[in-house]
Design a protein around this ligand. Structure first.
Ligand code: UD1
Length: 370
């Protein structure tokens, strides 16, 4: 094992390290001076992402870069997960000046909405058990059990018109899918644990729609099979892998009839995690906190498609298709709490975000063909 850097701000345990958001967050943490122990079982990700992370970090000119460590582990395997964390904890304890494990970010979860309807047990077991293990291990192995949890705007369901843009204290609705339910249950579990365990602190980040890729195009989103999400489907269609994009519905009660979402650049989202951890470590947040992580701006599917066509100049075949079952008509964030308390804001223009997604797709070539 490499030596854990003396000057660093401490070690962050990060689950789901090779995933879309996990990989981008590791880069931002390391550039901010944290060491990172990433774990992943590659169930829905590829080891290629680790190579991408290492290249970006190597090329980065950030002055106090931390170190990146990686271990292949399934977070539902308690004994193996604990053994790995203990290995790094004891290694870091050899240096008495080192701050040890100062926080965890929990990304490891299954996230395909439709798959969750077909395989509810997989979703409940994987998403809930891995969280229970992480909380237990952090309490046991860290003097600073600060946990950032990756939650979702899916917990709000379809907000009433007067609740848009949606605030953190708006009423939650029971999500329709096992995937969404695991996110909501996880929030309740974490909240109960915060009430029960004195030193545990949790920050749940409710993501809106993360899209795009790192500007280097060395890491990005890698969907398996036919993409379910809008932007990977657009870029694959533009690349000639898919024939035609279906726009699901143009008869919604929105200005152009298509659904509205809050699309946030994955790099801005990654930085929100760093901001949250820094504030938790500085004791600036309450024990249990929830933040909307979005741009505060709603964009319709048709606006997004037309922006992509305009900025890339690529021909993109699309047609209007029937509504997709379970889709929410419109939701976007009031992200002012995060701006106020985390001193974080997502303001990258949609044009730049879509260009990053297109650059990533071009680098991938046809690897998604299936
Ligand atoms: C869904 C989940 C969200 C999850 C996210 C990432 C819900 C309500 N939302 O978001 O929790 O974090 O996936 O996995 O469960 N669209 C098309 N054509 C396509 C694909 C999508 O028109 O081929 C439209 C959809 O109808 C929707 C918009 O694009 O209006 C965004 O869809 P998508 O990218 O799948 O994200 P969400 O459904 O918003």
């Amino acid at each position: 094992m490499k030596n854990i850097a003396k000057s660093s701000k401490g070690l962050i345990l990060l689950t789901g390290a090779a995933g879309f958001i996990g990989s981008h967050t590791i880069v931002e943490l390391i550039e901010d001076g944290f060491d990172v122990l990433g774990v992943d079982n590659f169930y829905n990700s590829s080891p290629d992402a680790l190579e991408g992370i290492n290249k970006i970090v190597e090329q980065s000119s950030a002055p106090n870069k931390g170190c990146f460590f990686f271990e292949e582990v399934d977070c539902t395997d308690y004994n193996k997960f604990d053994e790995i964390v203990e290995k790094y904890r004891s290694k870091s304890a050899e240096n008495s000046d080192y701050r040890g494990i100062v926080g965890a970010i929990h990304f490891a979860a299954c996230k395909a909405v439709n798959e969750s309807l077909e395989k509810p047990l997989l979703y409940y077991r994987n998403n809930i058990e891995s969280l229970l293990n992480l909380i237990t291990i952090m309490r046991k192995r860290s003097n600073n059990p600060n946990i950032v949890f990756s939650s979702s705007c899916t917990v709000y369901g379809q907000p009433a018109d007067e609740d848009l843009p949606i605030k953190e204290n708006s009423p939650l609705q029971m999500p329709l899918t096992p995937y969404g339910k695991t996110k909501q249950m996880a929030e309740y579990i974490l909240q109960d644990c915060c009430n029960a365990y004195s030193n545990l602190k949790v920050c749940a980040l409710r993501y809106f729609n993360p899209i795009g890729a790192h500007p280097s195009a060395l890491i990005g989103e890698l969907p398996r099979g036919v993409p379910q999400n809008l932007v990977p489907f657009i870029t694959q269609t533009a690349a000639g892998i898919r024939e035609c994009l279906s726009v699901f519905g143009d008869d919604y009660n929105t200005p152009d009839g298509s659904c509205i979402r809050d699309y946030i650049w994955v790099v801005d989202l990654a930085k929100a995690h760093v901001a949250a951890l820094n504030k938790m470590i500085e004791n600036k947040l309450d024990k249990w906190e929830v933040f909307n992580i979005g741009t505060g701006k709603g964009t319709s599917v048709l606006e997004l498609v037309n922006t992509f066509i305009r900025i890339t100049g690529v021909e993109l075949k699309y047609r209007i298709a029937p509504r997709r079952e379970g889709d929410i008509e419109q939701v976007w964030a009031d992200a002012s709490k995060a701006e106020r308390e985390l001193e974080w804001k997502a303001d990258t223009p949609l044009e730049d975000i879509l260009l990053s997604a297109w650059k990533w797709q071009q680098r991938l070539g046809n690897v998604n063909e299936s």
